[in-house]
Design a protein around this ligand. Structure first.
Ligand code: DO4
Ligand code: MG
Length: 278
């Protein structure tokens, strides 16, 4: 089951049919302990009446209202290497390698709903950054009890020159208007995704492909449940929380995003999140 938040209410998709989830407030729905039965019930009731609902893909919004978005970093070997390289003048060889190997992961605050862009929306690059990249990341939805209940696609937009200059600049490199995209839906499942699940990134500029890359969840060093466990240590999330699990795709150092670029992130089993750079 895939859950969509739209400007016309909440919908669930199953087997290519769309069903309205009636009278639901997004925050209340996704944080409820009976999320799956409620969504299943919406399908059953619609099926009994033989009604499917008209679903307008253009009305899809980011799947977030009051939730915070957090992010994990340096969870893929590719990310570890890229960070060590970008921060070599700041002593990055030590701290990125250490966090990759440590028991405690890197977790950082990424966004509130106000800063999150939905499908086809405009993400931004900072005006004071010279080196900007998208970070395609499997993103988990965790309920207030700390259980992973769903999966979506996230883009952790990042300013690599600011991050590389000094690790203490990380919040500025990561948190700004339009720095995060989520969507298009939440794949509802309490089961871990298969390790063979692919994550693909494609960037086009004026119609030409300027970057493609892919990875799989087999390359993710830490289990999403382990990351969620650390996030919930001494922190509560009454409306649930989204946690980005880190990037395994990093373009080469010559690449930087430009205004107008189109970023497509595809995760097998979830869908495609497409955004353009404002
Ligand atoms: O420590 C820097 C950020 C790492 C990150 O965002 C990632 O690995 O995805
Ligand atoms: Mg990231």
């Amino acid at each position: 089951m895939k859950l969509y938040r739209t400007s016309n209410g909440n919908f669930v998709e199953e087997n290519d049919n769309f069903y309205r989830v009636p009278d639901t407030d997004w925050d209340e729905l996704i944080s409820s302990t009976d999320l799956y039965p409620r969504v299943r019930d919406a399908i059953t009731k619609s099926a009994e009446k033989s009604t499917t609902s008209t679903f307008n893909p253009a009305s899809v919004l980011a799947p977030i209202v009051s939730q915070e978005v957090w992010a994990a970093g340096v969870t893929y070997y590719r990310s570890r290497n890229a960070r060590i390289d970008e921060s070599k003048d700041a002593g990055g060889g030590t701290f990125y390698d250490r966090v990759y190997a440590a028991e405690r992961p890197e977790l950082f605050f990424k966004a509130t709903g106000r800063r999150v862009v939905g499908p086809n929306g405009a993400v931004r690059i900072r005006s004071d950054a010279k080196w900007s990249v998208p970070e395609p990341e499997l993103t988990v939805l965790i309920n207030p009890a700390g259980a992973i209940v769903g999966y979506t696609i996230g883009n952790d937009m990042s300013s690599r020159d600011i991050e590389g200059e000094n690790p203490l600049y990380l919040p500025q490199a990561k948190v700004y208007d339009g720095s995060c995209a989520l969507g298009p839906c939440v794949l509802l499942s309490s089961q871990p995704l298969n390790k063979t699940t692919t994550i693909q990134l494609e960037i086009t500029r004026q119609g030409d492909i300027v970057f493609t890359g892919s990875t799989t969840l087999a390359e993710l060093k830490r289990e999403p449940a382990e990351l969620a466990g650390f996030l919930f240590r001494d922190s509560s999330f009454p409306q649930g929380v989204f946690l980005m699990t880190g990037t395994g795709i990093v373009p080469s150092n010559e690449f930087t995003l430009a205004h107008g670029d189109v970023i497509r992130i595809k995760i097998e089993g979830i869908g495609t999140l497409e955004n353009f750079v404002a």
